[in-house]
Design a binder for this molecule. Structure first.
Ligand code: ADP
Ligand code: MG
Length: 628
């Protein structure tokens, strides 16, 4: 029998390998620009034509290459960046596989001009589809210049697969931005069809972000910073009012590489918690520096996923860092408007003394799920007069007037106020009003309106509290806290209830049954489509759980959430089902309890689904309504 196996010729092997590295012009841009960064360039110019389909040119002033290296660079597995397998765990450069140039040269017409500072003459190499056409000496500048023409010229199927110039341009710009955002110390330029699109001079990080995204970003950014033995976190979060309907301004960089992590994105999103409207996502530019040994970077070259040794710690640190920053810049809500006075009491520094930079201190033992046992005093760490300047005052006032962030619900609340303001029955004596001290937060319950709102009076005016949403918030924070500390207890049902599910819902149940169990639901599978509910989380009390749970299992879009996000979503829904309803008449002690519980919450202003819990009417506004 004849032998049938033969080795593939190099150029075919390279073409196949190229399929992994080079998907579109943007992939070439990424590889070449990253090589220029690795070469220590301080200026990198990118020129593209027709979205990079006909031309990609990258010029750098980096270290250049020798005669030998200029040729070797195009060999597969030829790299100057690692020498042993062990080196992979200490990678400091962007590339290390030695595959990019070989792959690019297999599917395009490539020209290289390169010169080291110490050499008199440079090298000129021309390669078409892996075939070396020319290698000669040339007069050229120090540094390296790659010209890539007619990408996929020899693979028409791949070329036809490319999208419109608009789409491919977008990909190129995205890759360019990602590198530019990690290296503000490098001057970048991008020309498309001879037009200058970006000119990004050397600057600090903030200025770089502003140069990439526009001047208006300057006021949108709030710095974050945490340094620990495990990780350094720095960068900027975008203030919640500027958050987007899409996730495409979420930038995570780990050791100067752009990465994607749904898990870490969730850590950020959960720090913003209720500061965002539904379907809005926080924007951020977050840079992590971590010991390369703690991460697994050795993943697919074009993939942006990354594995961390200790993801849970990172999650908690990120969440707490962002939360602190939100507090620091008075972005996060606070019920305690006496904070205004607090600001003005901060003594000014004595003349001649240096004013220290405001710092964010991170409590490393911080449990991101813990419910604060303190009164809802301001979470911001006010250390210098600088951080108590005009803008923070402004944002406090924005909160006080209800104009911050949630304008939509503000309008509805305003209507409600207009409708009911005349119907408020105010009881007379202080005792009857139920004066109560809660951790120094004094409030008086004035009464219940339409069995829907609780009206309280505080020093800063009147507050209408949506009783059902308030209860949702309280139950949510308790549940999340108990879940995190694994202290959720089951309360057995005297009469176990049966839940019938559709086949689809049963599949949903399969996906979430572990989470339900963690949440202290006790459920047995009776066979066919029937579950039996034996116990429920004690913290949530008795409800028509069979109906509520049946509905939740039926409605939940399991695919849309994963990991902690799924648990969180489930908690929100369960809590929604368990919370007291609008229409429930409450006694004075019940109202007092509800309000004081609410004031102990971390984010009392919003229900878990982001809807308003509280509407504040200042006495000034009230007087104004009466023309006073
Ligand atoms: P890798 O970056 O993984 O090492 P590449 O195929 O991208 O592999 O590049 C191969 C080698 O060519 C690099 O290791 C480097 O030594 C050299 N090289 C590539 N681009 C440049 C450049 N712009 N300046 C100097 N050397 C370069
Ligand atoms: Mg490379």
């Amino acid at each position: 029998m004849n032998d049938v196996i033969q080795l593939l010729p190099d150029h075919i092997a390279n073409q196949i390998a190229a399929g992994e590295v080079v998907q579109r012009p943007a992939s070439v841009v990424k590889e070449l620009v990253e090589n220029a960064v690795d070469a220590g360039a301080t200026k990198i110019t990118l020129r593209i034509k027709e979205a990079g389909k006909t031309l990609i040119q990258v010029i750098d002033n980096g270290c250049g290459m020798s005669k030998h290296d200029a040729r070797m660079a195009f060999e597969r597995h030829a790299t100057s960046k690692i020498h042993s397998a062990e080196d992979i765990f200490h990678i400091q450069t962007k590339g290390f596989r030695g595959e990019a140039l070989a792959s690019i040269a297999a599917v395009a017409q490539v020209e290289l001009k390169t010169k080291r500072a110490k050499d008199e003459l440079g090298q000129h190499v021309v390669i078409n589809g892996s075939d070396v056409q020319k290698h000669e000496e040339v007069i050229c500048d120090n540094g390296t210049q790659f010209i890539i023409k007619n990408l996929f010229y020899n693979i028409p199927a791949r070329r036809n697969f490319l999208k419109s110039n608009t789409v491919e341009n977008k990909h190129v710009f995205t890759e360019f931005q990602r590198v530019a955002l990690t290296h503000p110390e490098i001057h970048f330029e991008l020309y498309s069809n001879e037009q200058l699109v970006y000119n990004l001079p050397v600057s600090n990080l903030r200025q770089r972000i502003v140069n990439v995204f526009g001047d208006k970003y300057n006021e949108r950014l709030a710095p974050i910073s945490t340094e620990t033995d495990y990780v350094d976190i720095k960068g900027f979060i975008v203030k919640p009012e500027y958050s987007k309907k899409s996730k495409n301004e979420q930038y995570f960089f780990v050791n100067e590489r752009f990465i994607r992590s749904n898990y870490l994105n969730h850590a950020i999103a959960s720090a913003y918690e209720d500061l965002l409207q539904e379907k809005q996502y926080p924007s951020f530019f977050i840079y992590l520096q971590i010991d390369p040994g703690q991460i697994d970077i050795n993943v697919h070259p074009t993939k942006t996923e990354i594995k961390f040794e200790d993801e849970a710690t990172l999650y908690a640190m990120l969440r707490s860092t962002v939360k602190k920053a939100l507090g620091q810049f008075n972005i996060a809500p606070s019920l305690d408007f006496t904070q205004d006075d607090h600001f003005s009491q901060i003594p000014l520094p004595k003349q001649g003394r240096d004013v220290p930079e405001p710092k964010i201190e991170v409590d490393e033992s911080y449990n991101p799920f813990a419910i604060s046992q303190e009164a809802p005093t301001p979470k911001s760490d006010i250390r210098t007069p600088r951080s108590s300047g005009g803008s923070s005052q402004k944002s406090m006032n924005a909160w006080a007037s209800g104009s911050a962030f949630n304008t939509e619900s503000f309008d509805t609340e305003k209507e409600i106020e207009a409708q009911y303001i005349e119907n408020i029955e105010v009881e007379d004596t202080a005792e009857a009003q139920g004066a109560l001290e809660v951790d120094g937060n004094h409030f008086q319950v004035m009464g219940q309106i339409q069995n829907k709102y609780i009206l309280i009076q505080r020093e800063q005016g009147l507050y209408y509290i949506h009783q059902s949403r308030a209860h949702q918030r309280i139950l949510y924070e308790r549940t999340i806290h108990l879940l995190a500390t694994q202290k959720l207890e089951t309360q057995s049902l005297l009469f176990p209830a049966q839940i019938e599910l559709s086949p689809e819902a049963l599949m949903n149940y399969e996906a979430i049954k572990d989470v339900l169990e963690k949440m202290a639901f006790e459920i047995d599978f009776l066979g066919k489509n029937t579950l039996v509910l034996n116990g429920v989380p004690a913290v949530l009390g008795d409800e028509n759980w069979d109906m509520v749970l049946g509905q939740i299992i039926n409605d939940l879009d399991v695919e849309a959430h994963s990991g902690f996000a799924l648990t969180d979503e489930l908690c929100k829904r369960v809590v929604f089902g368990a919370a007291m309803r609008t229409g429930k008449s409450l006694s004075l002690p019940e109202m007092q309890q509800l309000v004081s519980d609410l004031l102990e919450c971390e984010s009392p202003k919003y229900a878990p689904n982001g809807k308003n819990v509280i509407y504040h009417l200042s006495f000034d506004e009230l007087n104004h309504k009466f023309g006073l």
